[in-house]
Ligand binder design. Structure first.
Ligand code: PLP
Length: 419
């Protein structure tokens, strides 16, 4: 459940009238509801009440520092995949011992920074990475706490580009190599083996792939312990899907939690979770204004001022997003293609979408845009990164402002010979 709803025919974010907000901020921009972020965090965390569990919010889903601060105040840890995300999490006040570091290509500098910070765990994705972590930790006279991210060879995820747990995927240590690598890791002076990690994909809309993967991991923990390896943490990653207004309704976190409690109860491990989309996805929308209503020969277009550079999910993953008019309109529905101004045919938010008639200047809200929205934005076509606004009751704050042209180009210089 989220806090975007109509009042007397006008769309509000909590108690903020989005028509007035659009006039104040200027479109396009993202709006996040703090109450929704808190609610989603609590629904997830409460599902594991009674278990020894850490919810390490996956920073990649929405990394705005204000969003991280909201979640930090709820007790969230963080799952990071770069030195930049680590720095953001620390800046937001998330304690290092609640941070896990995932990702297939951690650099030496990033590893050193994470060891210095004292993070809870590296989720190691390959043998070469393990060796580098060992070497850096030894140089610092430290032991780096690690789990191996194992690849269970289970298909999952709402789109092939967000499936990560198949053996063809670049992620994790191959199932058949994991036990040997654990044996090697235990001998390394710079490594403290503490757990197992898994993450099979994103926008997963049923429990079957989770169950298949988690059962495999539970069996692996038995094997590792038989090998004499102490396994104290089990990181089950993220991936739980959200409703996007079309397609299957993903499982409720309570059902996901019931499955996990059943599978992991005999293991006696500290559980770690890395939810991203489930917390941020439906806590955000993208607000945009119609620039032109264009009657093509074959189709009717609404050209809006947001584009694929602001929200790439439809272009990249063929993702569906509900689109709501900001002012309700009783007119008979018309079929529109809703597109952005960028010079790519894939710059399209919806095809053949039935909406009450809209015209130039009208506002639309692209729903469920809080995760993998602003974080994936670019400045393609020299379009500035758009503002992000956080709403809390009847207050709002611009938590990332729109850069000026000078700021956008400040890091570019012409070489001397062109002066
Ligand atoms: C390692 C890892 N953990 C967690 C997540 C978050 O996934 P989601 O947003 O689907 O919960 C991702 C995203 O794909 C990921 O790669």
């Amino acid at each position: 459940m989220h806090h975007f709803a109509y009042r007397d025919g006008r769309l509000f974010a909590e108690d903020v009238d989005l028509t007035a907000l659009a006039d104040a901020v200027g479109t396009p921009f993202y709006v996040y509801s703090e109450a929704t972020l808190r609610r989603h965090y609590r629904v997830f965390a409460d599902a594991f009440t009674g278990a020894d569990a850490l919810v390490a919010y996956s920073v990649k889903a929405n990394s705005n520092i204000a969003v991280l601060k909201v979640l930090q105040s709820e007790g969230a840890g963080a799952d990071v995949v770069s030195g930049g995300e680590l720095a953001r999490a620390l800046k937001a006040g998330i304690a290092p011992n609640r941070i896990v570091f995932s990702g297939v290509g951690k650099t030496r500098d990033e590893i050193a920074a994470a060891i210095d910070a004292g993070i809870l765990q590296f989720n190691v994705e390959s043998a070469p990475e393990l060796h580098v972590i060992d070497a850096i930790a030894r140089e610092k006279n430290k032991r780096a706490p690690i789990a191996l991210r194992v690849n269970p060879d289970v298909a999952a995820g709402g789109h092939e580009k967000i499936s990560t747990g198949k053996k063809e995927d670049k992620f994790g240590v191959s199932w058949n190599q994991a036990r040997d690598l654990y044996r090697e890791a235990r001998k390394m002076a710079g490594i403290a083996v503490q757990g197992v990690d898994i993450h099979i994909g994103s926008q997963i809309d049923n429990l079957a792939p989770f169950e298949a993967a988690f059962q495999k991991v539970a069996a692996l923990i038995g094997d590792l312990r038989a090998d004499g390896c102490a396994i104290d943490t089990l990181d089950l990653g993220g991936g739980l899907g959200i409703p996007y207004g079309e397609g299957a309704i993903p499982p409720h976190p309570d059902d996901y939690a019931a499955l996990i409690k059943r599978v992991t109860a005999p293991l006696n491990v500290k559980l770690i979770f890395e939810p991203g989309r489930m917390i941020a996805g439906n806590a955000g929308i993208l607000l945009s204004r119609v620039v032109y209503a264009k009657e093509g020969e074959a189709r009717r277009f609404l050209i809006i001022d947001a584009a694929m550079n602001d929200l790439v999910r439809p272009a990249m993953y063929d993702a569906y997003h509900d689109i709501w008019p900001v002012a309700e309109n009783a007119g008979e529905k018309i079929s529109y293609d809703i597109v952005g101004p960028v010079c790519e045919s894939s710059d399209r938010f919806a095809k053949d979408r039935a909406l009450a008639p809209l015209q130039e200047g009208d506002l639309v809200a692209i729903m469920s845009a809080g995760a993998y929205g602003a974080v994936q934005a670019s400045q393609y076509n020299t379009r500035p990164l758009i503002p992000e606004v956080l709403v809390n009751g009847d207050q709002y704050a611009i938590i990332r402002r729109r850069p000026s042209f000078e700021e956008m180009t400040a890091h570019e210089t012409a070489p001397d010979w062109l002066r």
